[in-house]
Design a protein around this ligand. Structure first.
Ligand code: MG
Length: 266
C-alpha cells in the first residue's frame, strides 16, 4: 500500500493512495501514520474517510520526523568519485527537520555556497520505536515504508567545514516523498535514479549498498532511539553534480512515485 500527506482546505491530512476505477485517488484517513498507529500501512485501511482525486491534491512531505539520519558513502563508486575511502562501518550524520521539502517545492541554493549538489537516495520511514536492535533481529518490522529522498548538499561547504551540519542542513535541502510505499523490497534490489532536466545522472541499485539496510539501521539504533516517522536516507550512488537555478531535479525509487523539485537561487 501507499500513503501520502496532503493539504485540503488549509489543513494537512494523511491518505491512502489507491487506484479506484482507473483513477489514482487519495482516501483520506482519520489517523496519522505513523505517529498514531506505527506498524503497517495495512492497519490504516479500516480508518478510511472520503476520496480525493490525487491529481487535484496539494501533496506535502509525507513524514514529520524527529530527526533525519543519513548514511554517507554507502556505494563504492560514489565514495571513489569524491576521493574518499570506503568506510569500515556505517558513516552517519543528521539533517535537521527544518530542511524538509515537499514534492514540487523549490530547492533554494543559498548565496553562501558556490556548489549545491543533488544526491538521489532511497528513504526509509520508521514505523515503530527502535533502540539497540539485537544481532540477528529482523529490522523489517520497524520499517513503515520507503520513499524518495534528495540529500541536497553544499559540496564546497562540506569540504570547507570538515563536518557536515551546515552543508547538509539548509532549509529546502531535504526534498522527500511524495508517497511512502511498503510495496518494494530493497534487500532484493531496488533501482534509484536521478534526472536533471530529464537527463539521467545517477543510476544505482540498493543491492550495491556497502552496508545493507539491516546493518545500517542496527548501527543507528545503537546510538539513538528511532521514533515512528523518523526518516533514514540510505546513501547516494555515483554521479553527483551541481544544480543550477532553473533546473528541475527528479529522484525515482523503483516502485515509488518520482520526487520532482525545481531549483532557484536565494
Ligand atoms: Mg547522501
Amino acid at each position: 500500500m501507499k500513503y501520502c500527506r496532503f493539504q485540503l482546505n488549509g489543513q494537512a491530512h494523511y491518505g491512502l493512495v489507491e487506484s479506484v476505477a482507473g483513477t489514482e485517488q487519495i482516501t483520506r484517513l482519520l489517523l496519522s501514520p505513523p505517529e498514531d498507529v506505527g506498524g503497517d500501512i495495512e492497519d490504516l485501511a479500516s480508518k478510511r474517510m472520503d476520496h480525493i482525486v490525487l491529481a487535484e491534491a496539494k501533496l506535502l512531505a509525507p513524514v514529520r520526523p524527529s530527526k533525519i539520519v543519513c548514511v554517507g558513502r554507502n556505494y563504492r563508486e560514489h565514495a571513489a568519485e569524491l576521493g574518499n575511502e570506503v568506510p569500515q562501518e556505517p558513516l552517519i550524520f543528521l539533517k535537521p527537520p527544518s530542511s524538509l521539502l515537499g514534492a514540487g517545492e523549490k530547492i533554494c541554493r543559498p548565496k553562501i555556497s558556490r556548489r549545491v549538489d543533488y544526491e538521489g537516495e532511497l528513504g526509509v520511514v520508521i514505523g515503530r520505536p527502535c533502540h539497540k536492535l539485537a544481532p540477528g533481529e529482523d529490522v523489517r518490522k520497524y520499517i513503515l515504508g520507503y520513499t524518495c529522498v534528495n540529500d541536497v548538499t553544499a559540496r564546497d561547504l562540506q569540504n570547507k567545514d570538515g563536518q557536515w551540519t551546515r552543508a547538509k542542513g539548509f532549509d529546502t535541502f531535504c526534498p522527500v516523498g511524495p508517497l511512502v510505499s511498503d510495496e518494494i523490497d530493497p534487500w532484493s534490489g531496488t533501482g534509484v535514479e536521478t534526472r536533471v532536466n530529464g537527463e539521467l545522472r545517477q543510476q544505482g541499485n540498493t543491492r550495491d549498498f556497502i552496508f545493507p539496510l539491516d546493518v545500517a539501521i542496527r548501527h543507528i539504533s545503537e546510538v539513538m532511539t528511532l521514533y515512528p516517522g523518523d526518516l533514514i536516507a540510505t546513501g547516494t550512488p555515483q554521479g553527483v553534480a551541481p544544480l543550477a537555478a532553473g533546473d528541475v531535479v527528479e529522484v525515482t525509487v523503483e516502485g515509488v512515485v518520482t520526487l520532482r523539485n525545481p531549483v532557484v537561487d536565494e
